[in-house]
Design a protein around this ligand. Sequence first.
Ligand code: SAM
Length: 226
Amino acid sequence: MDTTRGRHPHTGSAGAANPPGDDAELFWEKHHSTRRIWGERANPLLVETAEPLAPGAALDLGCGAGGDTVWLARHGWQVTAVDISSTAVDGVRTHARDLGVGGRVTAEQHDLARSFPAGEFDLVSAQYLQTPFPLPRGRVLRAAARALRPGGLLLIVDHGSTAPWSWNRDPDTHYPTPGEVAADLGLDPGQWPVVRAEMPRRQAVGPAGETATVTDNVLLIQRTAA
Ligand SMILES: C[S@@+](CC[C@H](N)C(=O)[O-])C[C@H]1O[C@@H](n2cnc3c(N)ncnc32)[C@H](O)[C@@H]1O
């Protein structure tokens, strides 16, 4: 889902009456309650990054329908899946159990603006962690970098373009480049060097099976071994 209409996709303004976290939870709860399709597709850049690695502990930030969580669990990873939506968290947990990989998935509800899961990870993945509500992404992703084990990878994939099937038709949407995301993180490059900062294009499949070329903004950071 593209959530980037008419504003910076990570920090767009929320409604006025309720605390931002409550509005965000309601919004995403409604989204996931309507769809209820779990674990269907893994994101290509997650697969490309994780496939050559020896399985370890992974953290899926904003797991959504859980395609990445399930892919990782089926490939031997122990996965902590996190989302603001309890429906998403419950759906991913149940789906993993139905597939026989429930023992490899811990699904937790967190509003990442307010709390972050405990643990140390060999891979942290934030795939399209984009929302129309305020989210201190820099702070969240710095916490993710600190939660990496030595040698661990932090993979951040964001939209770099608007898919034709997106409801977002706003030409003013700014998609932060990998360089801008890295600058926002402000990590010490001696301890967390960037190993990939690219904007690859790929063929994407829309909800009705239609295809189009889209751009992803990819940032891969590795915690040094020392
Ligand atoms: C654009 S979707 C991407 C979902 C999934 N990673 C994927 O690639 O399909 C963003 C996800 O982040 C979750 N999310 C949004 N704001 C959040 C927050 N503050 N804390 C935790 N999860 C959040 C949403 O519920 C949603 O599942």
